[in-house]
Structure formats: structure tokens, C-alpha cells
Write a protein that binds this ligand. Structure first.
Ligand code: FMN
Length: 166
């Protein structure tokens, strides 16, 4: 099975998750690439696609990438976000990712908290539309941590099992 781990990351949090996922995959055919370095998708059997949550959603570059995935491909999404894990803000972003994937086989999603620069938290807390998640993000400074990276690796192993079975 040929597996691609593709990610968008502005400050390195999502990249750490991508590396943990990549390292957890057995040494078959696997590739780890930032989204902008991906040149073709036809050859992959499974694509892990990672992005930072922005404005409760999928950043434009990542949504373009998702829309470019060929019909019928197996995909799994992972994301980092300042807000609480499993909370409404993060889940909303995954709903957006899944809604872009109606022609794809979505095998699962994984979210981890990710550090947000304190200056940004302070600036965004002043804007009504960002206040709620930015307040949650104020204590995400240590993430992703070792436990998050282990969870990302466990998630990836589970996805591989699902991909083999489907
Ligand atoms: C412009 C902008 C908007 C963001 N919006 C959200 C958001 O809506 N919800 C959230 O939980 N985190 C939000 N974040 C925080 C990022 O998702 C978080 O810091 C993430 O871990 C960054 O990942 P990266 O280091 O891979 O770029 C936002 C960050 C930026 C810069």
C-alpha cells in the first residue's frame, strides 16, 4: 500500500503531527510532503491530509488540495488547533474537511491542540469572531506534546488497519 502524508503547517505544529504519523507507518512505500510539494496523487492508495484549523475551518490551500484528490481515494484528516481537543471549534473544521470530500472515502479524523503565539491570542481575543477559540487557545502553549504525538501515531495505525480492510 502506497501512503502519502501531506500537510500544511505555518508554525510547525501540524508538521510535528505529520512526522509522528509518518514515523508510525511501517517502512513500506510511504512519503511525507508539505502540500505545496505534492506533484501527483494517482499512485497513492491512502492519503493522510493535515492542516492547521483557521477560523473554525480548513485553510484555502488545504481545501484546494482536498478538492484535487482523485475520486474514490481513501483519506484521513489530521489537524492542529488552539482550541480544546474534541471541542466544537475543532469538530466544525473537520466537518468542513469532510464536506469537501463527498467523492472520497474518509476513514477518520484526528485533532491535537497546537500552540498559538501569545501575541496572536491577545490580538484575536479582541475580535468577536475569534474570541471564543482564542480564549481556549491561551493554555495550548505546550502542544503538541509527547502524548499528542503518541495519539497521532495510534490514530495512524488504526487508519492503516481500516484502509487494508476496506
Ligand atoms: C489566522 C489564524 C486563525 C486561527 N483560527 C483558529 C480557530 O478558528 N480555531 C482554533 O482552534 N485555532 C485557530 N488557530 C490556531 C491554529 O490552528 C494553531 O495554532 C495551529 O496549531 C497552527 O498549526 P501550524 O503550526 O501547523 O501552522 C488559528 C491560527 C491563525 C494563525
Amino acid at each position: 500500500m502506497k501512503v502519502l502524508v501531506a500537510y500544511l503547517s505555518e508554525t510547525g505544529n501540524t508538521e510535528k503531527l505529520a512526522q509522528a504519523i509518518f514515523n508510525s507507518l511501517s517502512s513500506g512505500e510511504k512519503e511525507l510532503l508539505p502540500l505545496e510539494k505534492v506533484t501527483g496523487l494517482d499512485d497513492y492508495d491512502l492519503i493522510f491530509c493535515g492542516f492547521p484549523v483557521q477560523a473554525h475551518s480548513v485553510p484555502k490551500k488545504a481545501s484546494h488540495f482536498i478538492k484535487s484528490i482523485p475520486k474514490g481515494k481513501k483519506v484521513a484528516f489530521f489537524a492542529s488547533h488552539g482550541s480544546q481537543r474534541g471541542g466544537e471549534f475543532a469538530v466544525t473544521a473537520f466537518h468542513h474537511a469532510v464536506s469537501l470530500s463527498s467523492d472520497l472515502k474518509v476513514l477518520g479524523t484526528f485533532g491535537s491542540r497546537g500552540r498559538v503565539k501569545m501575541q496572536l491570542v491577545e490580538a484575536l481575543s479582541k475580535q468577536l469572531e475569534h474570541r471564543a477559540w482564542a480564549e481556549e487557545a491561551s493554555n495550548a502553549a505546550t502542544h503538541p506534546d509527547e502524548a499528542d504525538l503518541k495519539d497521532a501515531a495510534d490514530f495512524a495505525r488504526g487508519i492503516i488497519i481500516k484502509a487494508r480492510a476496506s
